[in-house]
Design a protein around this ligand. Structure first.
Ligand code: SF4
Length: 203
Protein backbone atom coordinates (compact mmCIF):
# COMPACT_ATOMS: atom_id res chain seq x y z
CA UNK A 1 0.00 0.00 0.00
CA UNK A 2 1.60 3.29 -1.04
CA UNK A 3 1.42 6.49 0.98
CA UNK A 4 -0.79 8.37 -1.48
CA UNK A 5 -3.36 5.59 -1.44
CA UNK A 6 -3.31 5.42 2.36
CA UNK A 7 -3.73 9.22 2.62
CA UNK A 8 -6.70 9.10 0.23
CA UNK A 9 -8.30 6.26 2.19
CA UNK A 10 -7.85 8.09 5.50
CA UNK A 11 -9.46 11.18 4.06
CA UNK A 12 -12.40 9.11 2.85
CA UNK A 13 -12.86 7.58 6.33
CA UNK A 14 -12.67 11.03 7.87
CA UNK A 15 -15.39 12.26 5.48
CA UNK A 16 -17.49 9.19 6.16
CA UNK A 17 -17.20 9.77 9.92
CA UNK A 18 -18.50 13.29 9.34
CA UNK A 19 -21.80 11.81 8.09
CA UNK A 20 -22.46 11.36 11.79
CA UNK A 21 -19.74 13.15 13.67
CA UNK A 22 -19.46 16.78 14.66
CA UNK A 23 -15.70 16.60 14.20
CA UNK A 24 -13.29 14.03 12.75
CA UNK A 25 -9.53 14.04 12.42
CA UNK A 26 -6.71 11.81 11.17
CA UNK A 27 -4.22 11.13 13.97
CA UNK A 28 -0.91 9.34 14.30
CA UNK A 29 -1.09 6.10 16.29
CA UNK A 30 1.83 7.32 18.42
CA UNK A 31 -0.27 10.32 19.48
CA UNK A 32 -3.09 8.20 20.95
CA UNK A 33 -2.76 8.69 24.73
CA UNK A 34 -3.14 5.39 26.59
CA UNK A 35 -3.10 5.51 30.38
CA UNK A 36 -3.68 2.74 32.95
CA UNK A 37 -5.55 5.24 35.14
CA UNK A 38 -8.41 5.52 32.65
CA UNK A 39 -9.97 2.05 33.21
CA UNK A 40 -9.25 2.51 36.90
CA UNK A 41 -12.16 4.94 36.71
CA UNK A 42 -14.39 2.01 35.65
CA UNK A 43 -13.50 0.29 38.90
CA UNK A 44 -13.22 3.15 41.40
CA UNK A 45 -15.91 4.25 41.93
CA UNK A 46 -17.39 1.14 40.41
CA UNK A 47 -19.24 1.70 37.15
CA UNK A 48 -22.50 -0.23 36.73
CA UNK A 49 -20.87 -1.70 33.61
CA UNK A 50 -17.75 -2.98 35.33
CA UNK A 51 -17.35 -6.73 34.84
CA UNK A 52 -20.73 -7.26 33.19
CA UNK A 53 -19.66 -7.51 29.56
CA UNK A 54 -16.88 -9.17 27.62
CA UNK A 55 -15.90 -5.77 26.24
CA UNK A 56 -15.64 -3.96 29.57
CA UNK A 57 -12.88 -4.06 32.19
CA UNK A 58 -11.60 -6.29 33.64
CA UNK A 59 -12.40 -8.63 30.73
CA UNK A 60 -11.24 -6.52 27.80
CA UNK A 61 -7.86 -5.49 26.35
CA UNK A 62 -5.53 -3.97 28.95
CA UNK A 63 -3.87 -0.56 28.41
CA UNK A 64 -0.39 -2.13 28.50
CA UNK A 65 -1.33 -4.52 25.71
CA UNK A 66 -2.90 -1.73 23.67
CA UNK A 67 0.29 0.34 24.01
CA UNK A 68 2.28 -2.57 22.57
CA UNK A 69 -0.22 -3.11 19.75
CA UNK A 70 -0.22 0.58 18.80
CA UNK A 71 3.54 0.47 18.21
CA UNK A 72 2.76 -1.55 15.08
CA UNK A 73 0.27 0.97 13.69
CA UNK A 74 0.73 4.40 12.11
CA UNK A 75 -2.58 6.17 11.74
CA UNK A 76 -6.18 6.35 12.88
CA UNK A 77 -9.38 8.29 12.36
CA UNK A 78 -10.83 9.79 15.53
CA UNK A 79 -14.24 11.42 15.72
CA UNK A 80 -16.65 12.95 18.22
CA UNK A 81 -20.39 13.30 18.13
CA UNK A 82 -21.87 16.13 20.17
CA UNK A 83 -25.25 15.47 21.75
CA UNK A 84 -27.51 17.46 24.06
CA UNK A 85 -26.27 17.05 27.66
CA UNK A 86 -29.60 15.58 28.80
CA UNK A 87 -28.94 12.62 26.51
CA UNK A 88 -25.74 11.76 28.39
CA UNK A 89 -26.85 12.50 31.95
CA UNK A 90 -28.15 9.27 33.45
CA UNK A 91 -31.85 9.81 33.66
CA UNK A 92 -34.53 7.23 32.90
CA UNK A 93 -36.48 9.84 30.97
CA UNK A 94 -33.80 9.97 28.24
CA UNK A 95 -32.75 6.33 28.15
CA UNK A 96 -34.04 5.75 24.60
CA UNK A 97 -32.18 8.77 23.21
CA UNK A 98 -29.05 7.74 25.12
CA UNK A 99 -29.05 4.18 23.80
CA UNK A 100 -29.71 5.46 20.27
CA UNK A 101 -26.80 7.92 20.45
CA UNK A 102 -24.35 5.29 21.70
CA UNK A 103 -25.57 2.83 19.06
CA UNK A 104 -24.84 5.40 16.35
CA UNK A 105 -21.23 5.62 17.50
CA UNK A 106 -20.84 1.83 17.55
CA UNK A 107 -22.35 1.58 14.06
CA UNK A 108 -20.07 4.27 12.66
CA UNK A 109 -16.96 2.64 14.14
CA UNK A 110 -18.03 -0.70 12.72
CA UNK A 111 -18.69 0.88 9.32
CA UNK A 112 -15.33 2.64 9.17
CA UNK A 113 -13.51 -0.48 10.31
CA UNK A 114 -15.28 -2.46 7.62
CA UNK A 115 -14.42 0.10 4.92
CA UNK A 116 -10.76 -0.06 5.95
CA UNK A 117 -10.78 -3.84 5.98
CA UNK A 118 -12.19 -4.10 2.47
CA UNK A 119 -9.77 -1.42 1.23
CA UNK A 120 -6.92 -3.72 2.22
CA UNK A 121 -6.21 -2.36 5.70
CA UNK A 122 -7.19 -5.75 6.99
CA UNK A 123 -5.74 -5.24 10.49
CA UNK A 124 -7.87 -2.16 11.16
CA UNK A 125 -9.78 -2.16 14.43
CA UNK A 126 -11.91 0.30 16.35
CA UNK A 127 -13.27 1.31 19.71
CA UNK A 128 -16.58 3.01 20.46
CA UNK A 129 -18.09 4.81 23.47
CA UNK A 130 -19.73 3.33 26.55
CA UNK A 131 -20.59 -0.26 27.36
CA UNK A 132 -22.01 -2.62 24.73
CA UNK A 133 -23.89 -4.31 27.59
CA UNK A 134 -26.09 -1.25 28.06
CA UNK A 135 -26.07 -0.17 24.43
CA UNK A 136 -27.14 -3.48 22.90
CA UNK A 137 -28.01 -5.96 25.63
CA UNK A 138 -29.70 -3.70 28.17
CA UNK A 139 -32.90 -5.76 28.09
CA UNK A 140 -31.06 -9.09 28.43
CA UNK A 141 -30.29 -10.95 31.60
CA UNK A 142 -26.58 -11.19 30.94
CA UNK A 143 -23.72 -10.91 28.47
CA UNK A 144 -23.81 -14.03 26.33
CA UNK A 145 -20.12 -13.71 25.40
CA UNK A 146 -19.14 -13.89 29.08
CA UNK A 147 -20.98 -17.20 29.24
CA UNK A 148 -18.80 -18.62 26.48
CA UNK A 149 -21.47 -18.21 23.81
CA UNK A 150 -21.49 -16.02 20.71
CA UNK A 151 -21.80 -12.27 21.30
CA UNK A 152 -25.31 -11.20 20.25
CA UNK A 153 -23.84 -8.31 18.27
CA UNK A 154 -20.49 -9.76 17.30
CA UNK A 155 -19.69 -7.33 14.47
CA UNK A 156 -20.99 -4.22 16.19
CA UNK A 157 -19.98 -4.69 19.81
CA UNK A 158 -16.48 -3.69 20.85
CA UNK A 159 -14.77 -2.04 23.80
CA UNK A 160 -15.12 1.65 24.37
CA UNK A 161 -12.06 3.86 23.96
CA UNK A 162 -12.00 4.45 27.70
CA UNK A 163 -12.34 0.75 28.57
CA UNK A 164 -8.95 0.03 27.00
CA UNK A 165 -7.24 3.05 28.52
CA UNK A 166 -7.46 5.74 25.85
CA UNK A 167 -7.64 9.15 27.49
CA UNK A 168 -10.52 10.54 25.46
CA UNK A 169 -10.56 13.87 27.25
CA UNK A 170 -6.92 14.41 26.38
CA UNK A 171 -7.45 13.37 22.76
CA UNK A 172 -10.38 15.73 22.33
CA UNK A 173 -8.47 18.60 23.92
CA UNK A 174 -5.39 17.93 21.77
CA UNK A 175 -7.58 18.04 18.68
CA UNK A 176 -8.66 21.52 19.77
CA UNK A 177 -12.27 20.58 20.53
CA UNK A 178 -14.31 21.13 23.70
CA UNK A 179 -15.39 18.36 26.05
CA UNK A 180 -16.97 18.49 29.51
CA UNK A 181 -16.91 15.76 32.18
CA UNK A 182 -20.45 14.58 32.84
CA UNK A 183 -20.56 12.37 35.94
CA UNK A 184 -23.40 10.65 37.76
CA UNK A 185 -24.41 13.79 39.67
CA UNK A 186 -24.22 16.15 36.70
CA UNK A 187 -27.22 18.29 35.85
CA UNK A 188 -27.94 18.85 32.15
CA UNK A 189 -28.57 22.55 32.68
CA UNK A 190 -25.00 22.97 33.98
CA UNK A 191 -23.39 21.30 30.94
CA UNK A 192 -22.71 23.06 27.64
CA UNK A 193 -22.93 19.79 25.69
CA UNK A 194 -22.38 16.07 25.77
CA UNK A 195 -19.67 14.34 23.73
CA UNK A 196 -19.34 10.75 22.54
CA UNK A 197 -16.20 9.57 20.75
CA UNK A 198 -14.99 6.74 18.54
CA UNK A 199 -11.77 5.75 16.85
CA UNK A 200 -10.61 3.37 14.14
CA UNK A 201 -6.94 2.47 14.02
CA UNK A 202 -6.40 1.91 10.33
CA UNK A 203 -2.86 0.95 9.42
S1 SF4 B 1 -23.39 -10.31 24.23
FE1 SF4 B 1 -24.07 -8.17 24.49
S2 SF4 B 1 -23.04 -7.47 26.36
FE2 SF4 B 1 -21.97 -9.33 25.68
S3 SF4 B 1 -20.25 -8.61 24.45
FE3 SF4 B 1 -21.98 -8.99 23.04
S4 SF4 B 1 -23.08 -7.02 22.86
FE4 SF4 B 1 -21.71 -6.89 24.65
Amino acid sequence: MNEARLAADLERYQQKALDLATQAVIVKAEDIPVDERVPLKCQIPRCFGYGVSAHCPPHTLKPGDLKEVLKKYHCAVFFIMEVPPEVIVRDNATIKERVAAYQQVFRMVSELESMAFYDGHYLAFGFAAGSCRHTFCGQKESCQALEGKRCRFALLARPSMEAVGIDVYKMVARAGWDIYPIGSNAKPEDQPKGTLAGIVIVQ
